[in-house]
Design a protein around this ligand. Structure first.
Ligand code: HMG
Length: 414
């Protein structure tokens, strides 16, 4: 049975900050952020937005695009590391806002940025096992990435959500069952109770990511079907490679590591003259990985949703070219857990390739440094949506220790 993503919808907040403005304010050469990290803009949530409203807006857009009645959802999985309560899951607020029926399994998943993939794999297994009984799963990855102002992590913030309808008619991505996984207890990135901003050992986190990539990919490689011709190039096996992208330069470091690991596993020596090796890796990056990071360079890190923004981005850019071809995806969550998996983009994908991402990117309001710092220091207070607001739901605030939300459009079918 084919199982995978039937429909995909994205949502990003309506504010964004230019990384050039951030660099000038922090007295850093702008090229360090735009070339060194590869980030041009990062999405910033308005006070009336939180991880629930981001998730619900993406979820609603996904159900509308698929023409699915919320009652057909039998499993709602919400992946986030921006939880709003120690006990009450983000998922149950979203369940109510989307009008999903009572007979639904609903929960939140957490393992840093890996949780989006944990949700996708769990939903796919639920469909394969027959638990769905012709119903669908809705997996939503939603996060707001925050680091301390003026810290090294500051240019790698962002916010957004991606919703994926999972079932046995995968029109967006048909998942292959084999994958490679990797896990290890490392302190590379974490957010202790009571802290709004993450703590990170930045350089170490990059090493942890690359080690996890090598570990997961090598396990996947041993299972790869059809069995590998030992010298077959990556570009003959996969049309694109998408990486969890905390900042675009990370994807280029990842691609280099993947190629090196693949070559060594194929018994090839990396003894070519250095310029030739670098040129060959750069060409492979341009072909296989660069298309996936274009959208993300205007959004920033979205933690659980990051990999799926890469997927949304390539489908909107080049659906026709990818139809019928296999792609590879690498998911990394600090702490850490990682997975390398593959899927085939079905023929006819063009008709479902619009996730709304391009339109959202084109309708944002750029904010200045003063507004950015005000938003980052006041936090999510809830409140009235700004005039340019594109979301479907608003966070009104916290009263009597209870969070309150409202729907901004009269009808879910609108
Ligand atoms: P930094 O201090 O800015 O690092 O921190 P840097 O000084 O090494 O500079 C970064 C790059 O800019 C370097 O390039 C410099 O050479 C270059 P590289 O050597 O790496 O190729 N550079 C310049 N380029 C052009 N013109 C210039 C210039 N100056 C310097 N003038 C760091 C960077 C990523 C560590 C920091 O931003 C950070 O801590 N970010 C947060 C952690 C992170 O994103 N880690 C990624 C891996 S872990 C992960 O992905 C999981 C995560 O998403 C969380 C989760 O799972 O939940 C984070």
């Amino acid at each position: 049975m084919s199982v995978g993503i039937e429909r995909l919808a994205a949502y990003i907040p309506s504010y964004a900050l230019s990384l050039r403005d951030l660099a000038l304010a922090r007295d850093v050469p702008p090229e360090k952020m735009t070339a060194g990290l590869g980030v041009h803009e990062m999405a910033i949530a308005a006070p009336c937005e939180d991880v629930v409203t981001l998730a619900a807006s993406a979820g609603l857009r996904c159900l509308r695009r698929a023409g699915i009645d919320p009652g057909e959802i039998g499993l709602l999985l919400l992946a986030t590391e921006t939880g709003v309560d120690h006990s009450k899951p983000v998922a149950i607020f979203v369940h109510e806002l989307l009008g999903i029926g009572r007979h639904c399994r609903v929960y939140e998943l957490k393992h840093a940025c890996y949780a989006g993939t944990a949700g996708l794999m769990t939903a796919a297994d639920w469909v394969r096992a027959g638990g769905s009984r012709r119903r669908k799963a809705l997996v939503i990855a939603s996060d707001i990435a925050r680091y301390e102002l003026r810290s090294a992590g500051e240019p790698t913030q962002g916010a957004g959500a991606v919703a994926m309808l999972v079932g046995n008619e995968p029109r967006v991505l048909s998942l292959e069952a084999d994958s490679g996984t990797y896990a290890a207890n490392v302190y590379d990135f974490w957010r202790p109770f009571g802290r709004r901003e993450a703590l990170v050992d930045g350089k170490f986190s990059v090493e942890c990511y690359l080690d996890a990539l090598a570990g997961a990919f090598l396990q996947y490689r041993a299972l790869e079907r059809p069995p590998l011709g030992s010298q077959e190039a990556l570009s003959d096996r996969l049309a694109r490679l998408l990486y969890h992208t905390p900042f675009p330069k990370m994807a280029s470091k990842a691609h280099r590591r993947l190629i090196e690991v693949d070559w060594r596993a194929a018994g090839q020596r990396l003894a070519k003259a250095e310029p030739t090796l670098d040129e060959s890796i750069a060409a492979s990056f341009r072909e296989l990985a660069a298309p996936g990071i274009e959208a993300v360079s205007h959004i920033g890190n979205t933690y659980t949703a990051s990999l799926y923004f890469c997927l949304a981005g390539i489908l909107e850019r080049e659906a026709r070219a990818l139809a019928g071809r296999r792609i590879g995806l690498f998911s990394y969550g600090s702490g850490c857990c990682a997975e390398f998996f593959t899927g085939t983009v079905p023929n006819g994908v063009e008709s479902v390739a619009d996730s709304g991402l391009r339109e959202l990117l084109g309708s944002r309001t750029m904010i200045d440094m003063a507004e950015y710092e005000r938003l980052m220091t006041t936090g999510e207070l809830g409140g009235e949506p700004p005039p340019s607001f594109t979301g479907e739901f608003a966070f009104h605030g916290i009263r009597n220790d209870r969070r309150e939300y409202g729907r901004l459009r009269a009808s879910l079918a609108a």
